[in-house]
Design a protein around this ligand. Structure first.
Ligand code: ARG
Length: 281
């Protein structure tokens, strides 16, 4: 049975100034050249695909001094129109947080919380119908989990990430159907206790193999029906189809050099009211 997609709003930032000049995760090797025109072209295919699927994509102005800004998922978390800002773990990315906050303020969002504790937005927060799943271990502070729970009024489930290749929750887990609490994840990225928590909360989860997780296959975005994911994660396509999803292969090979793929480039704006998200800066 095919599933139903629901229209989404996404915030993205073109990789106009993307480069790998520092290394804050094991994927980043500053000695490997980045093909910037190719990175832009790959990113545009993703943006255009969202729009072709009927989703709204708003854009954040890229800043020349912030080469990782293309990874827009890390800049904030928005649920019910409430915006939890980010606080980055590494100084190289600190100023991205204020760019995101300015964007939300300029568009009339009023429920905005500037965090006291380190959280890297949707890099470590994943939203299902029942919970906010929250990664910790490499970037976001466990204290940010309480902060998110208090601000959003939703139960936050802390999950310990143990493998540096999966330094953000969104590299190891993807929400496929938020209403139905359906996820896919790679158990090897989590501590033993967190694996048991995931198995208890999501007994029917799609379990990814290491080869697909290692291609950042879980760094995917689902609208409830279409699942956009890195093309190299070939082993995930058939299991997704068997569950009624429509996998869509994306090539973001240049952005992978920064340690990110589809989801990292995509922040979801979960809001009920119609705000002026279409207006470009
Ligand atoms: N180079 C970026 C960093 O290490 C990549 C962030 C990827 N984003 C994500 N949502 N996992 O911070």
């Amino acid at each position: 049975m095919p599933r139903d997609a629901s229209p989404r709003r996404y915030l993205m930032c073109p990789p106009a100034h993307f480069r790998v000049t520092y290394s804050i995760n094991p994927w980043m090797d500053p000695s490997k050249p980045v093909d910037l025109p190719l990175a832009l072209a790959q990113w545009e295919v993703l943006r255009d695909r969202y729009r072709a699927l009927g989703h709204t994509v708003s854009l954040l102005e890229p800043r020349p001094d912030l080469p990782d800004m293309v990874f827009a998922a890390n800049g904030a978390t928005v649920i019910d129109g409430r915006v939890l800002g980010a606080r980055f773990a590494h100084p190289e990315r600190t100023r991205e947080a204020e760019a995101h906050l300015a964007w939300f303020r300029a568009r009339g969002f009023t429920e905005i919380h500037e965090p006291a504790h380190i959280n890297e937005g949707e890099g470590d927060f994943a939203v299902t119908g029942s919970y906010i799943l929250a990664g910790r271990g490499f970037r976001s502070s466990p204290l940010s989990h309480d902060e998110a729970q208090e601000f959003f009024g939703r139960p936050v489930i802390g999950l310990d990430l143990v493998d540096p290749r999966y330094y953000h929750l969104d590299t190891a887990l993807c929400v496929l159907d938020d209403a139905a609490d359906e996820v896919m994840y790679y158990p090897g990225a989590f501590s033993r206790g967190s694996r048991a928590v995931l198995a208890r909360l999501f007994p029917d989860a799609l379990i990814a193999e290491e080869t697909d997780a290692g291609a950042l296959g879980l760094n995917a975005v689902s609208d409830g029906r279409h699942v956009l994911l890195p093309q190299a994660a070939a082993g995930l396509f058939a299991p997704l189809r068997r569950r009624g999803y429509e996998p869509i292969a994306m090539d973001l090979g240049e952005l992978l050099k920064g340690g990110g793929s589809v989801k990292c480039c995509t922040q979801e704006l979960r809001q009920e009211q119609e705000l002026d998200v279409r207006r470009e800066l």
